[in-house]
Design a binder for this molecule. Structure first.
Ligand code: APR
Length: 246
C-alpha cells in the first residue's frame, strides 16, 4: 500500500497531462449512493439475476422498473461529492486531456461538470424503446410503471445488464485512452466485472488505485491508496494541476 504523500511526490515528479479516471460505484458512495458489493452493497439485498438481466426484465418489467425507479429517486436526491468535482475541475485545466471512463450509471460525473465521459454501462436517466431502440432522456419520475414509449412499446432503462454487450466501440475507445494515458486513476471499483476491469492492465505508465479495500486490481496498479475517493482524489488533482504538467 502507498501513502498519499508518496503518490503526490510521484505525480509532481512525473507531471501527467493525459489522465484517465476509471471509476466504479465507490466514487459515489460518499454521495449516499449504494455500491453493489461489500457489506452495504445492493447485491446484499437484491439478486442481480432478478433485476439486472434481460431475462428478468422480460419476466417482470414492472418489478425491474420499480427497482430502477427506487434507485433513480435516491440518486436524483444525491449530489456529486468532492471526488466527482475534482475530476471535473481537472478537465477544465487548459492543457489537460482528461477523460472519465465510468462503470456508473448514476450521472454524477456529468452533474459534477465532466464532459469528456465514457459511460460503459449506460445511464439510469435514459430510456430505450424496446420496439425501435430510440434512446431518450428521462430525468423525472414516470407516471406509469412500467413506462411506455409514445409508440406504445415498453421502455427499458438505457443501462447494460449482465450478459449484454457494451455499446458499440466504447470499450475500444476507452482502451485507447487508457493505453495512451500518462496517469490512470482507478477509483472505487472492485475490479470484478469484465470487460471493464480489463482496461486497467492496459495502462503503460502510472496507475493509482484509490479504494479503502484491496481488490484484484491492487496488484496491477503502480500504486494503491487505502483511502476514500473524496479524501484522496482532490489532493491528487491539485498535485497534477500544481505540478505544471498541464
Ligand atoms: N471511496 C473509494 N472506493 C470506495 C468507497 C469510497 N468512499 N466506498 C467503497 N469503495 C469501494 C469498495 O471497496 C469496492 O471495492 O468501491 C468498490 C465498489 O465495488 P462494487 O460495489 O463491486 O462496484 P463496481 O466495481 O462499480 O461494480 C462494477 O458491477 O454490478 C455491476 O454494473 C454494475 O457497474 C457495476 C459493476
Amino acid at each position: 500500500m502507498s501513502t498519499l504523500e508518496a503518490v503526490l511526490i510521484r505525480i509532481k515528479k512525473e507531471r501527467p497531462r493525459k489522465v484517465v479516471a476509471f471509476t466504479g460505484s465507490g466514487i459515489s458512495a460518499e454521495s449516499g449512493v449504494p455500491t453493489f458489493r461489500g457489506a452495504t452493497g445492493l447485491w446484499q439485498d437484491f439478486r442481480p439475476e432478478e433485476l439486472a438481466t434481460p431475462e428478468a426484465f422480460e419476466r417482470d418489467p414492472r418489478r425491474v422498473w420499480e427497482w430502477y425507479e427506487w434507485r433513480r429517486d435516491l440518486i436524483r436526491n444525491a449530489a456529486p461529492n468532492a471526488a466527482h468535482l475534482a475530476l471535473a475541475l481537472l478537465e477544465r485545466q487548459r492543457n489537460a486531456e482528461v477523460t472519465v471512463v465510468t462503470q456508473n450509471v448514476d450521472d454524477l460525473h456529468r452533474r459534477a461538470g465532466s464532459t469528456r465521459l465514457l459511460e460503459l454501462h449506460g445511464n439510469i436517466f435514459r430510456t430505450r424503446c424496446m420496439a425501435d431502440g430510440t434512446i431518450s432522456e428521462a430525468l423525472a419520475p414516470f407516471h406509469s410503471c412500467p413506462p411506455l414509449c409514445p409508440c406504445g412499446a415498453l421502455l427499458r432503462p438505457d443501462v447494460i445488464w449482465f450478459g449484454e454487450l457494451l455499446p458499440e466501440g466504447i470499450l475500444e475507445r476507452a482502451a485507447e485512452l487508457v493505453a495512451g494515458s500518462d496517469l490512470l486513476m482507478v477509483i472505487g471499483t472492485s475490479g470484478l466485472v469484465y470487460p471493464a476491469a480489463g482496461l486497467v492492465s492496459l495502462a503503460r505508465r502510472t496507475s493509482i488505485e484509490i479504494n479503502p479495500q484491496p481488490t484484484p486490481l491492487t496488484a496491477v496498479c503502480s500504486e494503491s491508496l487505502a483511502a476514500s475517493a473524496s479524501y484522496a482524489v482532490p489532493p491528487i488533482v491539485e498535485a497534477i494541476i500544481s505540478g505544471g504538467g498541464i
